[in-house]
Design a protein around this ligand. Sequence first.
Ligand code: HEC
Length: 125
Amino acid sequence: MKAIGTAVTGIAIAVILGCGQGKDEFQQEIVDLTGQPPEVAFVALKCAKCHGAGLEGQRTAPRLTGLATRWSEDDLIAYLRNPQAVQAATPRLAYMAEKYPIEMPAYAHTDEQVLRGLTGWLLAK
Ligand code: HEC
């Protein structure tokens, strides 16, 4: 909760998968998010492209509201870093992953502070 409203800082290296393309079409991109607020990171890291700009969910990915009922900040960061590993241990996520045509990409190398700012912001939605 402490990260709410604070600007995210640092360089984020995002592994980006274009929506609507084949499952294996990854594209590496380096995005400088120094001093940017979480809502900018949400767009720059392409979360909005799959999940919807208003977190409402769409054909490509589920809605991202009410996450605090089932995620802590640390668990959510671990998931963003390696979604496939968390899915394997969580039946709800494994079931959800089956329903969508593309995979949630791994943000394994994204700056820790950027992810903290982003998850704090998301958990307040
Ligand atoms: C290429 C499309 C895509 C992108 C980009 C993407 N996601 Fe996802 N996301 C998914 C899909 C599909 C799921 C469904 C579950 C799964 O596959 O693990 C998901 C699941 C999730 C979940 C779990 C939702 C729940 O109900 O518990 C969270 C949280 C999440 N994404 C956050 C993010 C954030 C934050 C970003 C950006 C840093 C992001 N996603 C980028 C496709 C995407």
